[in-house]
Design a protein. Structure first.
Length: 320
């Protein structure tokens, strides 16, 4: 149990890094950060694919098409929205919105798959949803107040960041549900092989995205210095670090934690990612969170953990 919690903590600390890159590279377009991160991840997946080449050959064309869809939406589009949200609204509010993912996924599955997996009682979920809403409201009020104190504050940019964070949540709510569908429909396939297949599928998509972005900037006479921007060593190093630690090693740690911990507990420990991301954000700011921000973080964590304790109830199916 203790080892599993440590693995989950390690995964959260590494996953939190993806919230830092947009703050460290504010002059880099979010699209470039997204394709750069997953280009690095795709290259890391190549040696893994070689080691697992026998099983990868067993995948059908339809499986590879599904892997491409999952990579496009769950990887590239998700991180494009997240990086854009952080650059526009700062880190705390998007991080809090992304922190609701465990509950949003559970609620979505409740609506979509209740006949198969059971139904979560809405009355029991309501207190958790209220806590989460209150927590996000607290952090949002602090960030808005700070924004309004800044000269030339752009409220529209802040609001667009919040909307992009919501779109990122939508992408990563769709991804695990669709991914779980594939795994359920292919019980004989290895989850590790399927994860590697998605990494391989990400590579051509990221390479195509990078090429189109470079071409678009060239044709549009953009002053941005392609291919690696004004700080190439920082950009390449950060993309490699995130690709290795957040995309690969973080997932590996999470898989190790999932093997050792009850599913209900593992789900609650996803909050390590949110806490790590917030910690990194305030460390970069060089300030302590405001009391209201700390209260909001506490409410979010309490709401998520309370929601994940609600057990689904089997749904009676009428005889055909």
């Amino acid at each position: 149990m203790g080892t599993g919690v440590l693995y989950a903590l390690g995964a959260g600390l590494m996953w939190g890094l993806v919230f830092v890159a947009p703050l460290l590279l504010p002059e880099y377009p979010a699209a470039l950060q997204s394709v750069g991160r997953y280009l690095a991840f795709g290259l890391i997946a190549l040696p893994l694919a070689w080691l697992d080449r026998v099983r990868l050959r067993e995948l059908a064309r339809s499986d590879w098409l599904e892997a491409l869809k999952l990579a496009a939406i769950g990887n590239l589009l998700y991180y494009l929205c997240l990086a854009s949200a952080i650059q526009r609204a700062g880190a705390p509010l998007p991080t809090m919105i992304i922190g609701t993912l465990p509950v949003v996924i559970a609620v979505s599955a409740n609506l979509r798959d209740h006949r198969r997996d059971g139904r979560l009682p809405w009355r029991q979920l309501l207190p958790s949803l209220l806590l989460i809403g209150a927590g996000i409201g607290c952090v949002n009020s602090v960030e808005l107040a700070a924004l309004q104190r800044e000269p030339g504050a752009d409220l529209g940019r802040y609001l667009s960041g919040a909307l992009l964070a919501l779109l990122a949540v939508a992408c990563w709510t769709w991804y695990p549900l669709r991914n779980a569908d594939w795994l359920r429909h292919h019980p004989g396939r290895s989850p590790r092989t399927w994860a590697t297949a998605q990494g391989v599928a990400t590579l051509p998509l990221a390479l195509l995205g990078y090429t189109l972005l470079w071409g678009g900037m060239t044709l549009g006479d953009s002053p941005f210095a392609m291919p690696f921007g004004p700080r190439p060593l920082v950009f390449l190093g950060l993309m490699a670090v995130i690709g290795l630690f957040a995309s690969w090693l973080g997932t590996l740690c999470w898989n190790e934690a999932s093997q050792r911990l009850p599913t209900a507990l593992a789900g609650q420990l996803i909050v390590f990612e949110t806490l790590a991301a917030l910690g990194y954000a305030f460390l970069l700011r060089g300030t302590w969170p405001a009391p209201l921000t700390l209260l909001g973080i506490g409410l979010l964590v309490a709401g998520v953990m309370l929601a994940l304790r609600v057990k689904p109830r089997p749904v009676a199916v009428a005889p055909g």
